[in-house]
Design a protein around this ligand. Sequence first.
Ligand SMILES: Cc1cc2nc3c(=O)[nH]c(=O)nc-3n(C[C@H](O)[C@H](O)[C@H](O)COP(=O)(O)O)c2cc1C
Length: 178
Amino acid sequence: MRKILAIAGSNHATSIHYQLVEFTASLIEGAEVTVLDMRGWKIPVYSIDFDPDQTPNEITELIMLMEEYDGFIIASPEHNGSISAFFKNILDWLSRRKKQVFEEKPVLLMSTSPSEKGGTNGLDYLLHALPYQGAEITSTFSLSSFQKNFKEGQIISPYLEDLQSHIGEFMKLILSRI
Ligand SMILES: Cc1cc2nc3c(=O)[nH]c(=O)nc-3n(C[C@H](O)[C@H](O)[C@H](O)COP(=O)(O)O)c2cc1C
């Protein structure tokens, strides 16, 4: 059975991106999905001065964990037109320990936001940046106006059909890999 790791780049206790990845994980068939919970992580802001002796354990363990998985679902908040500092910091730490940490594995990128734009600026940033770390991005999905379109743990609008088609593309690539 293929294994997928679902990651939300937020440290917000009631994160809407965790809600989105948990719902997305529930839609996946034919693979085992683990939702990684990073909300309690207290990772120091990366500095070359901490490198290489003070790598946080969470980062070392995440690298080993990622090696066990065949693909990734990543949802990140948009903060001030970019991604969250929390997630950017994790990506920077990962890059210093393992340059191609995604190992050319498939990645489905997602975002949402309370606003109509659905966090697409953060998504554009990751679309450009994650391939530097070895991600093979299959597609991007954005959910506008989270509070309007997501109720009681699920997407309640025509966005559901859109998400299912993105999952289809992502799973096709995962299942085609030996
Ligand atoms: C510092 C900060 C900056 C933000 N900047 C944006 C933004 O540029 N665009 C946007 O749509 N939402 C922005 N938001 C609102 C987030 O979309 C909202 O907080 C969302 O819940 C974040 O996702 P999360 O709950 O998964 O952490 C910002 C929020 C914070 C705290």
